[in-house]
Design a protein around this ligand. Structure first.
Ligand SMILES: [Zn+2]
Ligand SMILES: [Zn+2]
Ligand SMILES: [Zn+2]
Length: 367
């Protein structure tokens, strides 16, 4: 029987603390999939459906069938357009200013939308595997292209699924934001990863994977026989040839899921076509499990890669980044709400033990 007294756990990569308090935990009742409400008018105005290509700014990238009508007309399979209400834009120069203690800069950057398919109501996990691969390939094409601009230090690909997770348009899509600053969340991770490497402990993600697969925490009897053996593998959800999906040791939410490539690489842009196919496959499996176990909950995911290495680094900043940073995807399923304590302290209360969460997902059958 597991011990269910609250436990404080530290995430070695972000350095943040989490309280795992599973007293209230029980196996979830499998709910009916929730439907996102949408008015017929909203659907009729959807700018991401076939025939409404003129409602978006002109497309930046598309994967098309042969013999269709050409750019900005129906026939595309995936389509990337600038965000109509961008958080950032491309300007001739970056203007840095200071007013007293405040710093400002031109909102230079890119903000794009990847429309997953012409299908208005088919979720990512329900797409056929070959379409998910086209979607993942589209992220990759845009990520590579944005890194050609040496002013853009960081490219973040993310998805909001469901209104409660921030999706304002129902038609399934992802977004890419590229910025001239490295986001704080990444700075913390980069720092811890570099420290870990410089201490001679190798890549912090490779080490975690090793621990997840091979590490056996054994306590021995005086005669040398094993008294207690703690398997770490129990936070695994699923794996394929190239990727693993697991619940991290210090998960912030019951269903925080990380997807990690088995081969060490610092950025999503280094993936091969085979790896992107394997990624599409594990993403489909994991999201289907979430859909089935939790009934289409809102979720977010994002890809964490190393910063753009085409940017001339300040001395010493990125000397070991290719070795010390390991790209990955983090999925946050919105089953809990972060309230005052989380906002005020940066410490998260997770009401479900990561081992139990991983079991529930691992046992959920999808075909
Ligand atoms: Zn639509
Ligand atoms: Zn690694
Ligand atoms: Zn991360």
């Amino acid at each position: 029987m597991a011990d269910y007294s609250p436990e404080l756990r530290k995430d070695p990569i972000s350095g943040r603390w989490v309280i795992i308090s599973s007293a209230r935990a029980s196996r979830p009742e499998v709910p009916e999939p929730r439907r996102e409400e949408e008015t017929p008018e909203a659907r009729d105005r959807c700018p991401f459906c076939y025939g409404r290509e003129s409602m978006t700014p002109p497309e930046i990238f598309a994967i098309r069938n042969n013999g269709d009508g050409g750019p900005n007309s129906p026939g595309w399979l995936t389509r990337v357009v600038p965000n109509k209400f961008p958080a950032f834009g491309i300007f001739p120069e970056i203007n840095l200013r200071r007013v007293g203690m405040f710093q400002m800069a031109t909102g230079y950057g890119a903000h794009e939308v990847i429309v997953e398919s012409p299908e208005h109501s088919v979720y990512l996990e329900h797409q056929p595997l070959e379409q998910i691969t086209r979607i993942v390939d589209s992220w990759w094409e845009r990520h590579i292209d944005l890194e050609r601009d040496p002013k853009l230090k960081y490219v973040l690909i993310f998805k909001n699924h469901g209104r409660a997770a921030g999706a304002s348009l129902a038609h399934p899509h992802e977004q890419i934001i590229a910025t001239t600053v490295i986001p704080d969340v990444l700075k913390g991770k980069l720092l811890h990863a570099k420290e870990h490497w410089q201490n001679g402990e190798g890549c912090i993600w490779c080490r975690q994977m090793e621990q997840l697969f091979y590490y056996e925490n054994k306590i021995y009897n005086p005669d040398g026989s094993v008294l207690v053996q703690v398997a770490q593998r129990d936070r695994m959800i699923v794996e394929n040839e190239k990727f693993i999906a697991y619940i991290p040791f210090a998960a912030r939410m019951p269903y925080e899921i990380h997807i990690l490539p088995k081969e060490h690489r610092h950025s999503f842009i280094q993936t091969t076509p085979e790896e992107r196919f394997a990624l599409s496959s594990i993403l489909k499996t994991v999201l289907m499990k979430v859909y089935k176990l939790l009934g289409n909950p809102p979720y977010n995911f994002y890809i964490h890669s190393a910063p753009n290495l085409n940017v001339r680094p300040r001395t010493g900043d990125y000397t070991t980044i290719r070795e010390d940073f390991h790209w990955h995807i983090e999925i946050l399923v919105r089953t809990t709400i972060w309230a005052g304590f989380e906002q005020g302290s940066g410490i998260y209360i997770n009401p479900l033990n990561p081992t139990d969460a991983a079991h529930y997902l691992a046992e959920t059958e999808v075909d």
